[in-house]
Design a protein around this ligand. Structure first.
Ligand SMILES: Cc1cc2nc3c(=O)[nH]c(=O)nc-3n(C[C@H](O)[C@H](O)[C@H](O)COP(=O)(O)OP(=O)(O)OC[C@H]3O[C@@H](n4cnc5c(N)ncnc54)[C@H](O)[C@@H]3O)c2cc1C
Length: 349
């Protein structure tokens, strides 16, 4: 039997879950289909933390963060789940690159302060600074796994049918409807939102002109603070040739990672989930030199997929009865409620 819905959402990562939540809240009859189990680690949205920051070097991105912030607050009010925690955030390193962030913040009317390296070292003794430090108080962390669960459950509580381990195996797109087939059921709706992360190309690559997408398997590591460390860890971006970033993940330690150094994959299902010893020893070396408040060896390591466009822009577009969402490039999580609302708006047009 074919089941009828107002909107089918494919993919229960951050973007699909938030889209389903917005749609269900607005009274739409939504089906959210996810190929893997709840809490799976095979896409881009798993793990305990993601950086939230306004600190971008482009005023358009700062404004998008400013738009996302009240939507996180609205989502937390409605769902009663602490999904975003404000800890403050730091940018330091290459002075030109950090100055560009300051310029963009200023152009967007966002507050920030500069600290001399010595003053920053006193305020965050577990970190080492050699250049002026930009501090932005609105930054913090998204509790990624908490948010993911909250949006999917919130969608379900608002009336959506949420199915895990029910991947879309076939999709047929008509002028005014989309039919999908899973192992268990068939569904039809006037519109489908494809929020399939690294799998987006395999679902819609022949139907929609996507930007070139590069899938990389990135690695993150967690370190424990030394026993005498008294740092209130902020989220931070260190502007070096290869950007390093990090933040505290509650109950896990301090995350430290390199941005955009992962191996390129041709197929998101063809991966070993192994972390590379070379990357781990580079990050250990970085920690030893720049984060003296941390033990030098990682206690946990994980892999995660970036799906990146050439200019790191997001792709959120409607094409006939399809809304296609690709919002990663390694920086999408902070925009989750904003992208979800945008996709929901497009689905309701
Ligand atoms: C290591 C790492 C660090 C990051 N750090 C930050 C950060 O600090 N700050 C920040 O803002 N962002 C960060 N990001 C980016 C952010 O996590 C992503 O932008 C976001 O998670 C993308 O979510 P998504 O829903 O698009 O993709 P996904 O989470 O991958 O969700 C897509 C879902 O679709 C499902 N799916 C695919 N095909 C099908 C099918 N046929 N049927 C059913 N389901 C299907 C998949 O199984 C998957 O669950 C980071 C990402 C990584 C990997």
């Amino acid at each position: 039997m074919t089941r009828q819905a107002d909107v089918i959402v494919i993919g229960a990562g951050a973007m699909g879950s938030a889209t389903a939540w917005w749609l269900a809240r607005r009274g739409r009859n939504v089906v959210l289909l996810e190929q893997f189990e709840q809490g799976h680690q095979r896409g881009s949205s798993h793990g305990g933390s993601r950086i939230f920051r306004l600190a971008y070097d482009d005023v358009r991105w700062v404004r998008r963060c400013q738009e996302a912030l009240p939507l996180w607050r609205e989502a937390m009010d409605v769902l009663q789940v602490p999904m975003l925690e404000i800890t403050g955030g730091i940018d330091h390193g290459n002075p030109e690159s950090v100055q560009a962030v300051a310029n963009a913040l200023e152009a967007a009317g966002a507050s920030f302060e500069w600290l001399a390296p010595e003053a920053a070292g006193e305020r965050w003794p577990g970190m080492r600074f050699e250049t002026p430090v930009l501090y932005q108080a609105d930054a913090g962390r998204c509790r990624a796994d908490v948010a993911l669960q909250a949006f999917a459950e919130g969608a379900g509580n608002a009336g959506a049918d949420v199915y895990f381990e029910q991947g879309v195996e076939e999709m047929t797109v008509h002028d005014d409807a989309v039919e999908v087939r899973t192992e268990y059921d068939d569904y039809v709706a006037p519109v489908a939102v494809v929020a399939a992360g690294a799998w987006v190309r395999s679902l819609v690559g022949e139907l929609v002109q996507l930007p070139p997408l590069t899938i990389t398997e990135e690695q993150t590591f967690h370190y424990l603070p030394k026993p005498d460390d008294r740092t209130a860890w902020p989220s931070y971006i260190h502007h070096l040739d290869v950007f390093r970033y990090g933040l505290e993940t509650p109950d896990e330690g301090i995350k430290v990672a390199e941005h955009h150094t992962g191996a390129v994959l041709t197929d998101p299902d063809e991966r070993a989930y192994d972390t590379s010893p070379e990357t781990e020893s580079r990050v250990n070396y970085y920690v030893e030199h720049w984060l003296p408040g941390l033990d030098q060896y990682a206690v946990t390591a994980a892999t995660c997929l970036y799906t990146s466009t050439p200019d790191h822009e997001f792709f959120v577009e409607r094409h006939g009865p399809l809304v296609v969402v690709s919002a990663c490039s390694g920086h999408g999580f902070k925009f989750t409620p904003l992208i979800g609302r945008l996709a929901a708006d497009l689905a309701m047009q």
